[in-house]
Design a protein around this ligand. Structure first.
Ligand SMILES: Nc1ncnc2c1ncn2[C@@H]1O[C@H](COP(=O)(O)OP(=O)(O)OP(=O)(O)O)[C@@H](O)[C@H]1O
Length: 530
């Protein structure tokens, strides 16, 4: 008997797969797990608010509940749209169950995040997960305690109840217990919240850490970004399986021509006819009757057809130059902020937009390399920096060409990629893969804001030169004032008061010219003269 025939085959559930491979979704150790849990829950809270035009108010708290095992209780509360009670068990207890498998830009996309938190939670401690939620407009608040049945990939409900909702509150509160490592994750968690705040200055956050420190991040503006719209697939993004799936789930029985026109963007009457002709398909054949071979031909033609309009950018939700500027100003109080939102582009049938921001000076610490703030679909990416395409582009920029002369300089570079499909390198969503079209746009966006930096630095240098020149003149003011006073004074005892008066006047003229206030001026003058 060969060794192959002795192999034992089995199938495992998606829950089991991710339980066995937690590192694939960012749960490789207790520190990373605590960080990842904050992240997944916070991102769900933001998705439940801003894309539904609700100004987010989010509270996060982490308490240490067991000393020996380092068990933490993480609670995240939002004022979002809430979750209908019949959805709650699957939303939290079934891996790969999501409301975000549509074509529109959301932070979540895999239907995995919060379940990965739950799987990790129940691997190392026994308390179930708690959800309290009230959907918008509901007069009840629902409460659940649950775990995941890992082998069946189903929720196990320990408790379910509801109470009246007299205040009309809506939103979700999630409480999860997990083994973590606060000291090792502290810095990243704070950094993550700060970076989230930079890109959502329309949100307010309260964060209480396990040491009892409370940080409040106030809302800076009431302006929300334009929400994403759900769109139909673009023909360049299809494959055979997707086409089969779309046909199998059709709500109307279309012929193949109607199917193309109604279920895809960028296909009108003329284009549909051309495609069908190229694929050799009769336009009135019912879509559900297409053979595998015909579907394959259709896909082939759709991929090669060159006249489609590019994918619609309606599905995207950029932040915009104004909000990026507000966020960077609030957190760094810099001397210069510049931002740019590029025009929509596409890769493999997926629309994307790159935005970039730059902040210089102020409270930014000088360093040999700029601080790079990477974002994808409004999510800050904190780990795996060096393997990200954004890092690669920033690294290739020669900052001296943009007026930076020092070895250490105070610069923050922010890049935000918005897409209906972010090419993450892993389900942990920490770094973006090198896609040529995206890389090029990132480069153009950074170059554009960097040009504004160059203009600013040029102007700044010019002004500094001017000031230096004026300060040199000031050295001579006391002497000049005295000479003029001797010349002008009616008697000798009037020389000193007149000299003082003239000195004052001359200083005023020069200070107006170089735009210094008095205190600053006298200080500089004294330094220069002595
Ligand atoms: N705070 C919340 N408010 C409203 N709905 C929520 C909240 N948290 C989770 N959900 C719902 O539960 C679903 C599953 O969430 P989960 O984190 O598992 O996946 P996801 O966000 O869809 O995708 P990803 O794995 O990429 O994060 C979401 O799609 C959403 O519909």
């Amino acid at each position: 008997m060969s060794s192959e025939s002795r192999e034992r085959f089995a199938s495992i559930s998606p829950a089991e797969f991710f339980k066995r491979n937690p590192e694939l979704v960012g749960f490789s150790n207790p520190a990373r797990a605590l960080y990842q849990s904050v992240r997944e829950t916070l991102e769900n809270s933001l998705d439940a608010t801003d894309i539904h035009m609700i100004l987010p108010s989010i509270k996060i708290s982490i308490d240490r509940v067991e000393i020996e095992k380092e068990v933490y209780r993480l609670t995240v509360e939002d004022n979002g749209i809430g979750i209908p009670p019949h959805i709650v068990p699957n939303a939290f207890g079934k891996v790969l169950y999501s409301s975000k498998y549509t074509i529109r830009q959301t932070r979540g996309m895999y239907g995995l995040g919060v379940k990965a938190v739950l799987l990790y939670s129940q691997m190392y401690q026994d308390r179930p997960f708690e959800v309290q939620t009230s959907p918008k407009g509901s007069n009840r608040v629902y409460y659940f305690r649950l775990k995941i049945d890992i082998s069946k990939n189903e929720p196990i409900i320990f408790h379910r109840s509801s109470i009246e909702n007299p205040t009309g509150w809506h939103g979700t509160i999630i409480t999860v217990y997990l083994v973590g490592d606060w000291l090792r994750s502290k810095q990243r968690i704070y950094e993550y919240i700060k970076r989230t705040y930079i890109l959502s200055p329309y949100a307010e956050f309260v964060f209480r850490d396990p040491e009892g420190n409370v940080t409040y991040y106030p809302r800076v503006t009431n302006k929300l970004p334009k929400p994403p719209e759900e769109v139909k697939p673009h023909p360049y993004g299809v494959d055979i399986e997707l086409l089969k799936y779309l046909i199998a789930t059709l709500r109307y029985q279309y012929d193949v021509r109607g199917f193309l026109i109604n279920e895809f963007q960028s296909i009108g009457d003329v284009t549909a006819d051309e495609i069908l002709k190229l694929a050799g398909l009769p336009p009135n054949k019912p879509a559900s009757k297409l053979t595998d071979d015909e579907i394959a031909r259709l896909v082939e033609v759709m991929k090669k057809y060159e006249k489609f309009r590019p994918p619609s950018a309606d599905a995207l939700s950029t932040l915009g130059e104004e909000l990026i500027t507000i966020g960077l100003n609030k957190v760094f109080s810099p001397e210069l902020v510049a931002a740019e939102t590029r025009k929509p582009k596409a890769y493999q049938g997926h629309p994307f937009i790159v935005e970039a921001g730059i902040a210089y000076g102020g409270s930014i610490q000088p360093a040999e390399f700029p601080t790079v703030l990477r974002y994808a679909n409004k999510i800050p990416l904190v780990y795996d920096e060096k393997s990200d395409v954004i890092w690669k582009v920033v690294e290739e920029i020669d900052w001296r060409r943009y007026g930076i002369e020092e070895n250490q300089f105070p610069l923050v570079v922010l890049v935000h990629l918005c897409s209906t499909k972010v090419p993450y390198k892993s389900a942990g969503k920490e770094s973006i893969a090198d896609v040529e079209e995206i890389e090029r746009e990132i480069k153009f966006a950074i170059m554009s804001v960097a040009r504004q930096l160059r203009l600013f630095l040029l102007e700044k240098r010019k002004q500094e030169e001017e000031k230096k020149r004026m300060l040199t003149y000031m050295k001579y003011i006391p002497e000049l004032a005295r000479s003029l006073a001797i010349f002008e004074a009616p008697s000798e005892d009037k020389v000193d008061p007149l000299a003082k008066e003239l000195e004052q006047k001359l200083i005023e003229i020069v200070s107006r010219k170089i735009g210094l206030n008095d205190a600053e001026l006298y200080k500089k003058l004294k330094v220069e003269i002595s």
